[in-house]
Design a protein around this ligand. Structure first.
Ligand SMILES: [Zn+2]
Length: 403
């Protein structure tokens, strides 16, 4: 009788000791507010073209706005000036460049419009200063350097405008390098001669070279030629989810040697291979094609397509993907090459978002999952930005040494 009572007591005590998911959320929230948190890739600037989108309000659609960043305790968001790959002639380059500069102007207007809420990040210290002042930070970046054409002077102009991360390519090969997603045969087998000059110019300026979307051979050329550590602003790991946009083990090893960082992307296809379901696939692909064909600035239509994609998951629950699947990628990188080379790059407003982390307001769940897996505050701080900041500082240091 006594033994039975002791067992029951032990069971009660054990239940009391095992923290529930809710406890992790509370702890995660406190921890996250005490550290600097940053996300290195979003396509939110496309929304700035929409007159009905107000970034200072909690928008029903869209992944990022100031209230959502506050709720998810996200201090700094990278805003990508994105160029969809078009024809590779002077007319296209001039048009893309003009559009890029106009998008920059929309980003730079934000601190003018909301001086008490937000500031632009030009160097790592700015992030800490903005956080100390109770403001959010925006780190401007380039996604697809094709907009420069073959004019390296434009890289300097973009840097002077505020760009600090330079993505070389998007879903198709360009004049700079090969893409990981282009179905056509490789054009340059990595970086072109122009591409090599682009990488060295980014190094000279003090920007960070971003290899997300680049083919494997481009990646290996970049780590060979870059004078500074590089980054993947939004890529995941092939051993966890086999996708050509993700990093192989060999790439992870080379990234470690380079001293760079991979910011794990939260785009469903890159996070988890869900079971094959032909009906779901057919319906999803139809929506995705529709999404791709819808111009980026038609955000209302894109939002309604995304809502349909989300609703489809309710019909096919085996297709759902969760934060725990996402954190598997972080875990993998940490176990493979160490805790100093991994971070977070959501691709929000560009396809990023999973079932329990659809927008910036739900980011604390990632910290909760890391805590649940035994990560320490120091490790979480590195993942949430420390590792990228090391790369960012090093890029600036290298540029100074090249002067
Ligand atoms: Zn992208």
């Amino acid at each position: 009788m006594k033994a039975k009572f002791s067992c029951m007591l032990a069971a009660v005590l054990l239940a009391g000791c095992a923290p529930s998911q809710k406890d992790y959320m509370k702890e995660a929230e406190e921890l996250q507010r005490s550290i600097l948190t940053l996300d290195t890739h979003t396509d939110t600037p496309m929304r700035l073209w929409n007159a009905n989108y107000h970034i200072d309000q909690d928008n029903p659609s869209g992944c990022i706005d100031f209230p959502k960043m506050r709720q998810g305790s996200l201090d700094v968001e990278s805003f990508a000036v994105f160029t969809s790959q078009g024809g590779r002639d002077t007319a296209f380059y001039n048009k893309a460049y003009k559009r890029g500069l106009e998008t920059f102007d929309k980003i730079l207007e934000l601190p003018v419009k909301y001086p008490d809420l937000v500031g632009i990040v030009g160097c790592p210290q700015d992030m800490y200063d903005l956080k100390a002042a109770g403001k959010l930070g925006i780190l401007p970046t380039i996604e697809n350097a094709t907009l420069i054409g073959d004019d390296l002077g434009r890289l300097k102009e973009l840097y002077d405008k505020g760009a600090r991360i330079f993505g070389l390519v998007h879903s198709y090969h360009n004049d700079i390098c090969d893409s990981s997603s282009d179905k056509k045969a490789p054009e340059h087998n990595g970086l072109s001669e122009l591409g090599e000059r682009v990488v060295l110019e980014i190094n000279r300026l003090g920007g960070v070279v971003d290899v997300s979307h680049a083919s494997d051979s481009t990646f290996f050329d970049v780590v060979k030629i870059s004078k500074a550590p590089i980054m993947a602003s939004h890529s995941s790991v092939r051993a966890v989810a086999d996708h050509n946009r993700n990093f192989s083990d060999q790439m992870l090893e080379a990234l470690k040697e380079n001293g760079g960082v991979i910011q794990i992307c939260i785009l469903p296809d890159y996070v988890k291979k869900v079971p094959d379901n032909p009906s779901y696939k057919e319906e999803y692909e139809a929506l995705r094609n529709l999404y791709r064909q819808t111009p980026g600035e038609n955000t209302a239509r894109r939002d309604s397509i995304r809502a349909e994609m989300t609703a489809l998951k309710e019909k096919y629950p085996d297709q759902k993907i969760y934060i725990r699947d996402y954190v598997d990628h972080i875990d993998y990188v940490v176990k493979k090459i160490g805790e100093d080379y991994v971070g977070i790059g959501t691709d929000f407003d560009g396809g990023g978002g999973i079932d329990d982390c659809k927008n910036a307001s739900q980011m604390i769940g990632i910290t909760a999952e890391l805590l649940k897996r035994g990560y320490t505050k120091e490790q979480i701080e590195k993942i949430w930005g420390g590792n990228f900041i090391r790369v960012f500082n090093k890029a600036i240091e290298v540029a100074q040494s090249l002067k």
